[in-house]
Design a protein. Structure first.
Length: 417
């Protein structure tokens, strides 16, 4: 794990003048608030750059986690090693999140400054508050330094050479580009390397397994499908939003329902978001490696795939727009199961919850689940029903996400005792 040195000195306080555990009984409000501030900071419902958002979410929550553990160490930190038991925890967490966001989103400084003022207004003026602000900034700078030159800068709109090779990825209208192919080279947050858990190869185009997946998505994923059920249509729309947005909403709901304290919530979000970010990077690496066409291209060009169990439909359209990136594996499925695996490891899988989604139809409708794994499986299945992934891509994504989530829980932010 990464480490940095800090000039902060551990401040000793007597048991009579300062609680032994000043964070234990604090509510998780500041963590949840800044999770939503980050979401609004990069555009809310309207934002488009999901990869960048996942990186920023991870940075924000790791900074808050490390700042809070600098006040009262309960979990191993990601990178920051400073300590100040006399710092106010709320001021530290809010200042850490703010410092990361202002650095990465300078155009949103006014909005972010206002959010920080609101958070700090709940903390009485004191030396502890001032020390908390400084501690939060120091933790943020450690995270920012660790992500400097991490490969996240680049042109997200890359042209795709036209190819007549069967199986090779081609753009799908209305998009005429591949989104941010450079993202496969972004530095991972928790994995040892980007291809640590690379998915095994997809089925050959001339195989029965490929034909089975082909015919399923062709029938149930087509616009106005006669066999897709009303519920399948509903959840294909419900889960269509960016995964990092939806699964942070799941985490907020779970943190509230489980009544997590401030430190517990900070750790949960840090693990969830570093796993979401890693799932994008690892998923992008595998997508580029296999470069598999999407169902739209495959179905329209089935005459070229060498499989007598598939039949072309030159007019075929998917139920939902196809994202501008390769098919295999499904990163939507990988992100969902990476988050679900972390949530299950930390809170227990059999945790019931109800959420909504900005892409739900009808608007404002909700879906309820009895476990995180149930939600992750429905999330993955939604991509087949939407007509934008083969079943085997979703299954590979689920496996990839599970490995990433388990790896990060096993190796990061572990209880000190």
């Amino acid at each position: 794990m990464l480490t940095v040195t800090s000039s902060l000195v551990m401040v000793s306080c007597s048991r009579n003048s300062y609680p032994e555990d000043p964070v234990k009984n604090l509510p998780n409000d500041v963590v949840l608030k800044w999770d939503e501030v980050a979401y609004e900071g990069f555009g809310g419902v309207a934002y488009q750059h999901s990869l960048m958002a996942s990186r920023l979410n991870a940075m924000v929550h790791l900074a808050m986690h490390d700042a809070l553990n600098a006040v009262h160490p309960k979990y191993s930190t990601y990178i920051f090693t400073g300590r100040d038991a006399g710092a106010d925890a709320v001021a530290a967490a809010a200042s850490a999140a703010h410092a990361v966001l202002v650095q990465e989103l300078p155009g949103r400084k006014s909005f972010l400054d206002s959010a920080l003022q609101q958070s700090l207004s709940t903390v009485p003026e004191s030396e502890a508050k001032n020390r908390g602000i400084k501690l939060g900034k120091d933790a943020a700078q450690a995270v920012i330094a660790a992500r400097s030159n991490d490969g996240s800068e680049g042109d997200p709109f890359a042209p795709v050479p036209v190819s007549d090779i069967p199986g090779r990825y081609q753009t799908v209208p209305p998009f005429d580009f591949c989104f941010a192919p450079y993202w496969e080279n972004v530095k991972v947050f928790g994995l040892q390397k980007k291809d640590q858990f690379r998915s095994s190869p997809p089925p050959a185009l001339n195989s029965t397994a490929y034909a089975t997946a082909f015919n399923e998505v062709k029938e149930t994923g087509i616009l106005n499908s006669a066999t897709r059920t009303a519920d399948q249509t509903a959840y294909s729309k419900f889960w269509y939003e960016f995964s990092e947005a939806g699964w942070n909403r799941v985490a907020r709901t779970a943190a509230i329902n489980k009544k997590l304290n401030l430190l517990e919530a900070a750790r949960l979000f840090a693990l969830v978001d570093m796993s979401l970010a890693d799932a994008y990077i690892a998923g992008w690496e595998a997508k580029a490696h296999y470069d598999l066409w999407r169902p739209y291209t495959a179905i329209r060009n089935a005459a070229t795939d060498g499989n007598d169990q598939t039949t072309a439909d030159p007019q075929w359209l998917s139920a939902e727009p196809t994202p501008p990136v390769q098919d295999y594996p499904s990163t939507h499925s990988a992100l969902g199961n990476a988050a679900a695996t972390v949530l299950a490891r930390v809170l227990g899988d059999n945790t019931a919850f109800t959420i909504t989604s900005p892409t739900a139809f009808p608007a404002g409708s909700t879906r309820s689940f009895t476990s995180f794994s149930q939600a992750a499986k429905e999330n993955a299945d939604s991509r087949v029903r939407a007509g934008i992934h083969f079943r085997f891509a979703c299954e590979a994504g689920l496996e990839l996400g599970n490995k990433i989530g388990n790896w990060n829980v096993d190796n990061y932010l572990k209880p000190i005792n």
